[in-house]
Design a protein around this ligand. Structure first.
Ligand SMILES: [Zn+2]
Length: 135
């Protein structure tokens, strides 16, 4: 395994380059949006637009309990219910903290990106360009 392959493999394990994220980044790039990655902001947003103070999260349908795809594993249901509920509570706390700091928070489900990444990218575009206007 080459160093490059290993690093690609590691980043996949750490979840920093999941497929929906890459798809959205590509779509944003294509419509001319420039962004930052691996933010140190609270909650570690997936994509950040600093001048527009906009933070974008891509929420996995399972870990963040998407209402359409929530499917609690059969075994150990109590454990999973509690764990997944905590994730959602953490998401809401992160949103609140970022908003307090003046950030606009956009969250998308993994399935929204899979089904229509252009639509998601245009929603981001509208928010970012609006917020970049001088006040
Ligand atoms: Zn979903």
């Amino acid at each position: 395994m080459s160093a490059e392959q290993r690093s690609r493999c590691m980043s996949r394990i750490q979840g920093s380059n999941t497929l929906p994220e890459i798809r959205l980044r590509k779509a944003l790039h294509m419509i001319g949006l420039r962004y930052r990655l691996r933010s140190k902001l609270v909650g570690k947003p997936d994509i950040v637009f600093s001048p527009a103070r906009t933070a974008v999260f891509i929420d996995g349908c399972f870990w963040h309990s998407c209402p359409e795809h929530l499917n609690i594993p059969k075994g150990n249901q109590e454990f999973w219910r509690l764990k997944l509920r905590r994730n959602v509570e953490r998401d809401r706390a992160v949103d609140k903290q970022l908003r307090t700091e003046g950030w606009f928070v956009l969250r998308f489900w993994e399935h929204e990106i899979k089904s229509d990444v252009e639509k998601v990218a245009h929603r981001v575009f509208r928010v970012v360009t609006r917020r970049r206007l001088p006040s």
